[in-house]
Design a protein around this ligand. Structure first.
Ligand code: DC
Length: 410
């Protein structure tokens, strides 16, 4: 296993019909992070392979040009958070056509192929590199994100799972025979549990919840308890001393947006901390900065991409019977990645130029184009946002500094 920082990822695994999708979306909504439906990724690839005329039962393992072409065509990305999370393939939302029962069977059939599993693992990790996530599937806790900070495994009897599927189908205006659904669920269990590569099983450190006799609210409460416990135990968690000065997630993002400079703290493992002041820009919830393509910072980031970034704004000394300061500050803990994609790099350089020299915004694109070759751009993906503020009281807020509590993965 490659050494990766413990990820701000919650994994939800379990057999078909255990309620993973519904619960994972709800947990993602509560945490304010995207939900990754990895079954939908397998289903999308299964459709793509079908369209290319690839039949795993007849054609044998991939290696032939068609599957390779299908893999290359499946470029996944994620948008939104919680209930608004959307999986995209080639920039297009993955639609309801993947939800058909036969597509589920086709997905299970291709999911046994080691090449498919390897491709999916890389694709899913790439998404985990860009987002804090709730990742839902079969092997999220065991194979794809073994370093997830909280792992949930949902199970339920095949009969109860069939009953839930039937209710879903009826709600969608369709009907089916419960015995048939149960038989299909059992067949899918056998396929998922007996495949040689990444079989369905709980991770050793997963919290196993048997949902047979639980309703969705009870399962949700049990998952959130496990998440909160894992958060409390996470070594990276930043605990605020003064809870009344904590700033909510939205306020933290606004502060990062208006902040001028920040300080990037890196750990090179030598026990000498290294912190560098930087210009930066916030875009789509990530922080971008640019620097020379080589140097101490670049060397450290290549070895250890766990970083801490702090911004201070709105400072104003104040004497109010004692010496103090009004301020707002934000601390981001996350991971930093070099931006390889040229479009993303150009966009970041343009945004940086526009932020620091708005009066020359018309020349930003030319500058970005020119700097592309000899400038490195990095993206910090926050896993934990926290903020603190002591603001000048305004009449309607006289004397208060309280903000909403954090909703992020703290
Ligand atoms: O969760 P689902 O029914 O949408 O998944 C469809 C199939 O995809 C499932 O039977 C097996 C496969 N799958 C997998 O092997 N690993 C995952 N992480 C997700 C799905």
């Amino acid at each position: 296993m490659t050494k990766r920082a413990r990820s701000m990822i919650v994994t939800v695994d379990g057999p078909a019909g255990a309620g993973k999708s519904t619960l994972a979306v709800r947990v993602a909504e509560e945490l304010g992070v995207p939900c990754l439906d990895t079954g939908a990724m397998f289903r999308t690839l299964a459709l793509e392979l079908q369209r290319a005329g690839f039949d795993p039962a007849r054609t044998g393992p991939p290696g032939t040009p068609e599957p390779a072409r299908c893999f290359a065509a499946c470029v996944f990305s994620l948008e939104g958070v919680g209930v608004s999370s959307r999986l995209l393939c080639r920039g297009e939302p993955v639609g309801d056509e993947v939800r058909a029962e036969q597509t589920g069977m086709a997905a299970a059939a291709i999911a046994v192929l080691p090449e498919v599993r390897e491709f999916m693992k890389q694709a899913q990790r790439a998404l985990g590199d860009r987002h804090a996530l709730v990742a839902e599937g079969r092997d999220m806790g065991t194979v794809v994100f073994p370093d997830a900070f909280c792992k949930i495994y949902l199970s339920a009897s095949a009969r109860v799972r069939a009953g839930r599927r039937l209710l879903q189908l009826r709600a969608a205006g369709r009907d089916a025979d419960i015995r048939e659904i149960e038989a299909r669920i059992r067949a899918r269990d056998v396929q998922d549990e007996s495949r040689a590569s990444a079989p369905l099983r709980p991770a050793d450190d997963a919290v196993i919840i048997d949902t047979t006799d639980m309703d969705a609210d009870a399962v949700f409460a049990a998952i959130m308890r496990a998440v909160r416990e894992a958060q409390a135990a996470a070594p990276v968690a930043v605990r605020m001393r003064r809870r009344d000065r904590e700033t909510g997630r939205d306020d933290v993002l606004k502060l990062l947006e208006r902040g001028e400079y920040g300080v990037l703290a890196l750990d090179d493992g030598s026990s000498w901390p290294y912190a560098v002041p930087l210009s930066y820009v916030l875009s789509d919830g990530a922080l971008y900065f640019h620097c020379a393509p080589a140097g101490r910072k670049v060397a450290i980031m290549a070895r250890n991409n766990r970083v801490c970034f702090s911004v201070v704004a709105d400072t104003e000394p104040v004497y109010d019977k004692s010496f103090s300061t009004y301020y707002a500050s934000a601390t981001v803990i996350g991971r930093v990645f070099p931006v390889a994609d040229e479009e993303e790099k150009k966009r970041a350089l343009v945004l940086l130029a526009e932020k620091y020299s708005p009066e020359h915004a018309d020349k930003a694109a030319i500058y970005a184009e020119r700097s592309l070759k000899n400038t490195a751009v990095y993206r910090i993906v926050p896993e934990l946002l926290s903020g603190k503020a002591r603001l000048r009281p305004v009449p309607e807020r006289q004397g208060t500094q309280a903000h909403s509590p954090m909703r992020a993965l703290t």
